[in-house]
Design a binder for this molecule. Structure first.
Ligand code: COA
Length: 382
């Protein structure tokens, strides 16, 4: 396998973007990445998109996006793994370059959630229809059950959950691309409207539009495009049972654990080597469970991390410096690539007010559904 680098990135703002269509989002993010690298075409594109068909009635994204980016003829593969579609698109692009099949490859994530579509029901297509959705469960409902299980088994508190949202909103307030740029207090989180007990509005990621793109090439060619490439050291993908009730422990995300151990093994690195991480906080409880599955916290102790400041900017291991899904927004197919862009900028020293001092190794974790799929990548400053 060849060593692979990311050489440039482009991203739209995240939010309710009524003036953008799905194709506009894709083109703006992709052109941003191409222009930064001064490249005018690519060998291949992988686009992560969860449900263009159900959100805006648009399937068959390959030729449509090739037309609108002005690269007709280039192979474009659409990748779907629910909310992990972006992360899996990056993995596909990485494998394409690593294998020697292609040299210059764009990994893009895009989702337009606000233009129609019954969002809650479209998102629920990523759960087990026969064993979960048929009985009326939604994603906030599934994560509420995970939260209850974690609280019962480990004593995690409402204050622990609120601390995750407070931290991520504080980080997001520093991110010009974030959907919500205001800080919130623990009291505001705990008084916000109830969505699925114990989860409230301010524990939930929002409904968002947005796109993000990164350009990959062999590390040996990276200097043609930038003097500050970031190497992709490892990629780990794993699945778990789709239905929450079939998992050994609903409060432990075993697909996250497996995808992380594969990535750590491939990189020859461990959790203690990571300087900064972007993880999948679609609901505040998700960040807590993910920290444990990545071995950043002991099992059952993830709730302490945000409350004690350990995962805040300036803490031992800053997590979700972009604002995370909670504050930056969660256009589902785009999220995995946006996480990568935050780490790319952190490792290049370009994160401005959110910069983690001397960050050299970063990690992203992107999850599908209630944890049925998870993809972890590890990156290193070159
Ligand atoms: N965090 C903070 N504020 C939010 C928010 C969120 N997650 N979602 C909406 N808001 C704000 C809106 O900006 C709006 O503010 P305004 O009145 O000042 O304009 C207000 O709350 C009401 O917005 P609205 O769109 O009517 O909210 P809603 O009740 O329809 O939706 C949720 C709220 C939580 C149900 C929705 O955001 C949601 O479904 N989130 C989860 C998405 C999800 O499951 N993703 C996949 C994860 S696996």
């Amino acid at each position: 396998m060849r060593e692979v680098a990311i050489v440039s990135a482009g991203m739209t703002p995240f939010g309710e973007l009524w003036r953008y269509s799905l194709r506009d989002l894709f083109v703006e993010a992709s052109l941003g990445a191409l222009r930064q690298a001064k490249a005018d075409t690519v060998d291949a594109v992988y686009v992560g998109n969860m449900s263009g068909g159900q959100f805006v009635g648009q399937e068959h994204l390959g030729p449509l996006l090739a037309d609108h980016l002005g690269i007709r003829g280039v192979p474009i593969t659409r990748v779907e793994s629910a909310c992990a579609s972006g992360g899996v698109a990056l993995r596909s692009a990485f494998l394409d370059v690593a294998s020697g099949m292609s040299d210059l490859v764009l990994a893009v994530g895009v989702e337009k959630m606000n233009d129609g579509g019954d969002v809650t029901n479209v998102l629920a297509t990523a759960a087990d229809q026969e064993n979960e959705v048929y009985h009326g469960i939604t994603f906030p409902g599934l994560y509420a059950m995970i939260a209850r299980a974690h609280m019962t088994q480990h004593g995690t508190t409402l204050e622990d959950l609120a601390a995750v949202s407070v931290k991520n909103h504080r980080h997001g307030a520093l991110n010009p691309k974030a959907q919500f740029r205001q800080e919130v207090t623990p009291e505001q989180v705990m008084a916000s409207s109830l969505v699925a007990d114990p989860l409230r509005l301010l524990h939930c990621s929002p409904v968002s539009d947005g796109a993000a793109a990164v350009l990959l090439c062999p590390l040996a060619r990276a200097q043609e495009f930038t003097d500050r490439p970031v190497e992709i050291r490892a990629s780990g993908l794993a699945t778990s049972s789709m239905a929450l009730a079939e998992r050994r422990d609903p409060a432990f995300l075993d697909a996250v654990s497996l995808s992380a151990s594969r990535a750590y093994h491939m990189a020859g690195l461990g959790p203690a080597d990571i300087d900064v991480a972007e993880v999948h906080d679609c609901f505040s409880i998700a960040e807590i469970c993910v920290l444990e599955a990545l071995c950043f916290a002991e099992q059952g102790r993830g709730g302490e991390a945000a409350r004690t400041g350990e995962t805040a900017l300036g803490g031992r291991l800053p997590v979700n410096t972009s604002g995370g899904l909670k504050s930056k927004g969660h256009p589902v197919g785009a999220t995995g690539i946006a996480q990568v862009i935050e780490i790319f900028e952190q490792l290049r020293g370009e994160a401005g007010e959110r910069q983690v001092k001397d960050a050299a190794v970063g990690l992203t974790q992107n999850m599908g559904g209630s944890g049925g799929s998870s993809v972890v990548h590890i990156f290193e400053r070159v």
